[in-house]
Every structure is written in structure tokens, then in C-alpha cells.
Design a protein around this ligand. Sequence first.
Ligand SMILES: Nc1nc2c(ncn2[C@@H]2O[C@H](COP(=O)(O)OP(=O)(O)OP(=O)(O)O)[C@@H](O)[C@H]2O)c(=O)[nH]1
Ligand SMILES: [Mg+2]
Ligand SMILES: [Zn+2]
Length: 327
Amino acid sequence: MALEANFCRVQLDQPGPGGVEQLLCVRRTRLGKTGQQICVGDRVRVEGIDWPEGRGAVAALEPRSSLLERPAVANCSRVVVAVALEQPQLDPLQLTRFLLTAERTGVAVDVVLTKADLLPVAEQERWRDRLIAWGYPTHLVSSRSGAGVEALRHHLTQPGIAVLCGPSGVGKSSLLNALVPELALRVSAVSGRLQRGRHTTRHVELFPLAPGALLADSPGFNRPDLPADPVALAALFPEIRARLSEASCRFKNCLHQGDPGCAVGAEWDRHPLYLNCLDAALKSAAREPKPQTAGLKQRGSRQEPLLDQRLRSESRRRRRQSDPDEP
Ligand SMILES: Nc1nc2c(ncn2[C@@H]2O[C@H](COP(=O)(O)OP(=O)(O)OP(=O)(O)O)[C@@H](O)[C@H]2O)c(=O)[nH]1
Ligand SMILES: [Mg+2]
Ligand SMILES: [Zn+2]
């Protein structure tokens, strides 16, 4: 399933009459009573098929095995988070936010470090070793020189859907072009002092890497959301999972801020990044209380005054106008 302006393209399990392999279906944004939203990767049932025209209508959505929230992709079996080593410079906090979104799917997560041609080998390897220590299989690639591309293709040639996501301008589409030269996807140069990308890719789209192995290119964005429940954050860090599999914290509701009695401690690379994300998640939970966090009493969770509803939606509207990253 792929989405286009007002239609979705449905890939059939078996060719229909006349060898039709894909159907163009009217896109209803929400389906049935449940109001579920269709996304790329969804398995759907189609009705009212006009075979000669290759058209139909999506009637129902099959249950999903996984869901990546942003970019929205259903049923992926792997998330590949791409960040550049340079242009734009690698930002560990931003990378962590992407990894947290990827972790929420429950599927395998890889890191791809792009533009390796822009850094000396020793520095490339320092980054790679650092990310391996975080708990992620990490690949160094350069679409420009071709370094690492073949090894990555080999790694990704497995049945299922892999999603390539990451900030704008890191070279996701360039990498897809290197992996599948026939594609010739549009890419464009990063701009400005901050070397920000230009949001060149506009839609999520699936491309066949090998029979049965699909890779999705996706539009870059710069600031993935954190989970709504701050308590859910810890389980999304492989380093915390590893420590908790060996020992337990003294308090059951421990938020792992490195206090005495915490089995996770503070002696790990991403500890400050974890604290940063935890603080942001606690603040936003306090702003918009959710049932599961409403009764939460934790150190460091400052209760913020609730903004007037109108003010809140107004400020959200303004943020959206000034920041293309706001959904
Ligand atoms: N030096 C170098 N530049 C690269 C490499 N890969 C991509 N670039 C450049 O980086 C810029 C952005 O590349 P894109 O492929 O459009 O990046 P993207 O991640 O798809 O960006 P969005 O579609 O906006 O999310 C282009 O100018 C590319 O030529 C690389 O391996 N080395
Ligand atoms: Mg792109
Ligand atoms: Zn703890």
C-alpha cells in the first residue's frame, strides 16, 4: 500500500485478471466505525474492483504487526535511522529522539551513519563504536564514494518492510539511489549555516530492494516527539534494558535518575540524554495530563499551571505556522 494525494496504490498478493498487479483505490482517510487511518505498509481488503481500469475501493484494514508513528508506516519489520556524520552535524539528542520513535515499534532498529566521506576514518569509527555501545547495529556509508553501500544492501535484503527515516538532508534518498540506481530519486543540497535539509522528499514510498524486501524512503523532519508516558521512556533505551535484566532498582517506580538504589546508575554515555528526554516528557505530561500519568508523583516532575484551552490551541497553531516540523 502506498499513498498518493487522493488515492492509494494497492499492491495485490496475486495478479488479478489481465495480469493486474496494482489497483488505484479511492483514499478514504479514515475507515469504518473505528475511524482507523490507513498508512503505507497496511494490508487492506479491496472491493468494487474494476479490473480493466485497475481501480477499486479500500473496504477494510487488516490488523497490524507493528506501527511506526512518524513517518507513519505499518507492518515494518525494521527501522533504519539515518543521520549524517557531517552536513548536518550529528546531534546525539536528535538521534536519540529518532531512536525512541523507532524503539516504540518493537521491531529491529539499525543506525546508518551517512556522508562518511566527510570525516577521517578514525572519527567515523569513533562514532560507530559509540553507537554500538548504545546497543545499535551501526553501518557507515557514503553514497558519494559508495563505501559501505554493498554491505548495507546485503544486511537489508530480507523479507519485509524496512523504513529509512531521519532528519532532512542527511542523504536518505541519496542512499536509496545508491542502493537501487534505477530509482533516480530527487535529492537536494542542504542549506544555510545550520546545514538544514530542504525537505525534498514529501511522501513515504516503498521501493523493492530485492524480491520481497521493501525499503521505504521518508520525508526528513527534525524533532521527533517523545512518548506521552514518561514511565515508558526507560524501556526504549537498550542500555537501561540491559542493566535491568541483571539487577533491580530499590524502588519499583524508579525513574532511573541515578539515585542511590537505582540499578541503572549514571555511569553510561546516554545518561544525560535520558535525563533530558525524561524531563521533557514529564513536562509535557504535566501540561497535558494523561490518565496513566495523572497520579504519578516523581522527583523532578514540576507541576506546571494548566494553560487555558484556547491559549493552548492558539500557541499550537502558531508553532505549526512557524515550524514545518509540527504535524
Ligand atoms: N558528501 C556527501 N554528500 C551527500 C552524501 N549523500 C547525500 N549527500 C548530499 O546531501 C544532500 C541531501 O541529500 P538527500 O538525499 O536529498 O537527503 P534526504 O535525507 O533524502 O533529505 P529529505 O528528503 O529532505 O529528508 C544532497 O546535496 C546530497 O548530494 C554522501 O554520502 N556524501
Ligand atoms: Mg529525501
Ligand atoms: Zn532505577
